[in-house]
Design a protein around this ligand. Sequence first.
Ligand SMILES: Nc1ncnc2c1ncn2[C@@H]1O[C@H](COP(=O)(O)OP(=O)(O)O)[C@@H](O)[C@H]1O
Ligand code: SF4
Ligand SMILES: [Mg+2]
Length: 360
Amino acid sequence: MSQILTVENLYKHFPIAGSAKVVQAINNVSFSIHPGETLGLVGESGSGKTTVGRIIVGLIEASAGNIRFDPQRREGSRQGSTTGKIQLVFQEPNESLDPRMKIGTTIAEPLQALKVELSERLRRIREAIGLVRLDPALLDAYPTELSAGQQQRVGIARAMITHPELVVLDEPTSALDPTARAEIIDLLKRIQAERNTAYLFISHDLSTVRFISHRVAVMYLGMIVEQGDAETLFNRPHHPYSSGLLSSVLLPHPDLAMESSVSLKGEIPSPINLPQGCFLASRCPFVINRCRATMPPAESVGPGHLVHCYRHEEVAGATPASATFASFAAEAERILARPREQPARFIPSRTEVHHYVRTA
Ligand SMILES: Nc1ncnc2c1ncn2[C@@H]1O[C@H](COP(=O)(O)OP(=O)(O)O)[C@@H](O)[C@H]1O
Ligand code: SF4
Ligand SMILES: [Mg+2]
């Protein structure tokens, strides 16, 4: 299958004012995403996830590396953003929505740059709010009148209105309560099934990533330390950092807890003074002398499964297989299948959306 996005050897170093040093935020990151696929990008705060997302949507430039969006059309990711084929959904819905702008105008905003005809704009607004199950009465409201879950539906409608092929979702459910979180995940999965949209789903919360991702990339200090298909990675992580993240995860049911023995201690090194060798050495229970001398290279440990660790075999052996992914998925399905509030109608009339297009 061809990739919709290929990222190769990406680096981002932020200069520090008045200093010759730099913040080494991204350090040699490579991954790809297929059409209709969700890649979960996980890691603790500060690991570089948002920076990767911002580079892909063209908000900031990489220091080095290649990004190819949809090789068939040979577009750079910046072009993808300007044509609406790559979109971004932010973490804090209330901060990403202009408080002075009505919801209808907000949703229609990305169409302005695309010079879409009036009749097509009307059709797209109706389609977008139907897609995210937003009550048409809210088109006339301001963001503060909406719940956090409704605000995030607006963020998703605004992203989906241009029919993107790739959406970067930066912690889209972190600010939501568990019910709203489950509803948004459910919604994103449904949209993906309908439209074959690819997602880069960024989150520090592995339990959420587990619900939605086909593949997962684990970041630590600007590096992807392990990536592979979600089922394999969650059942038998090969990197101590993945294992440590998994053992601290909040699961929807205690029976699904992993008996991981890996706990990470100590401070995360500063991205301004990265250590020589493996970046995890100061916190890793598996560390040996070699780890402190040289960075472990990427090793393939299975189809599409890459890991940067000298001791990946021991790590995989020491991590008991979790309750199977199938039982986890079944529990997830059960939680997501709970009855939810259903607005009386989802598809607004032409008249209802007309006003927002004219004022957009
Ligand atoms: N504009 C910036 N200038 C300097 N440092 C930055 C900037 N943006 C992010 N960083 C630094 O880059 C690192 C990665 O940040 P970020 O991508 O936001 O991580 P995450 O999203 O995983 O929490 C952090 O150390 C952060 O402080
Ligand atoms: S290379 Fe060494 S320090 Fe790094 S994760 Fe593997 S065992 Fe730990
Ligand atoms: Mg972030």
